[in-house]
Design a protein around this ligand. Sequence first.
Ligand code: UD1
Length: 370
Amino acid sequence: MRSISIHLVVAARPNMMKIAPVFQKLKEKSWAKFKLIHTGQHYDKEMSNVFLQDLQLPSPDFLLSVGSGTHAQQTARVMERYEEVCIQDNPDIVIVAGDVNSTMACAIVAKKLQKHLAHLEAGLRSFDRSMPEEINRILTDSISDILWTPSRDANEQLLKEGISPDSIDFVGNIMMDSFEMLRKKIEACSTLDDFGFKHKKFGVVTLHRPSNVDDPNSLKNIIETLSRISREIPLVFPVHPRTRERLEKNNLLDKLNKMQSIVLTQPLDYVQFMSLVKSSSAVITDSGGVQEETTYLGIPCLTLRETTERPITVTEGTNRLVSIENLEANLKTLLQGGCVNARVPEFWDGKTAERVVESLERFCQRKRML
Ligand code: UD1
């Protein structure tokens, strides 16, 4: 049997969670020869190394060390550096995940070098083109040969955009595979003790979207609201580097540090973070992945955004889109009543990586590569 050479691309924290389960499943297949490419979009220890280790990913075969910059700088650096690797290493298939700048950059490089391109987590749309991720999603999907979707509404969206049905495969939500892969560790983790939250009600906060943290007034308003909320329920807030920078710049970090009922931490590793979320009474976030994880775990989630590219977390799950004006009222209602009628969406079952690898094998057979 011929073997297929595959590049698995990671760049930022959320990509690592998506690629890790696929990496583990591919290991079982003798036909798959694969390499891990890390663009280095996230480079802090807490944002990268700790995640790779936690998710049982090895050191990358190629580390492109692109770092931060404007969108154009970051995208251009990824393209230049990945192009060299892609030419030199000449993979048959490139797998990209999610919607970060590196996802789109590597997708364009791979396709222009006429590689087969697969997008894991395809078909999500917020319909808000002011979000950089929306541009990354649309562009990546439009040139992918295999589009792996997390929910059926994503299939419908791709069909509306004229993508051939043969290219689309509904595989389910890969983030649940990461959770199941590490469930034992998550359940045995001592983070709750470390923060003094064992047997207590508490909330978790994560914020990093430009729409919330880049505007000083909006950031100040959020911090004041969190301060009021923390008088009702203590909060733990792992601070993303982008948010830390903005808090410091606007003299809000000291203020926040002095609030007794808000515990500020560095970004947590995956196991610690999931163990907190799993035991929390509610989560306040603007992340994409956290909306899905809370739906999976049945934890009320308040998303500080006007739109979501994951509407199924609202229609079927525990997610509510809120504004800073109505956050407190919504939280109160959720803490009293919980999330009635919420359920876990179809194929969010920890078996997505298996379906991804089966789909990949079928693609290779169809193309007579295997
Ligand atoms: C990126 C993704 C976003 C994803 C998020 C997850 C894009 C457009 N955005 O946002 O979709 O939800 O990752 O975390 O791709 N920084 C550090 N250390 C790091 C990484 C970043 O200090 O390891 C700081 C830098 O000041 C940098 C800023 O954070 O300028 C923003 O980083 P960047 O990778 O551009 O975007 P994120 O906000 O992390």
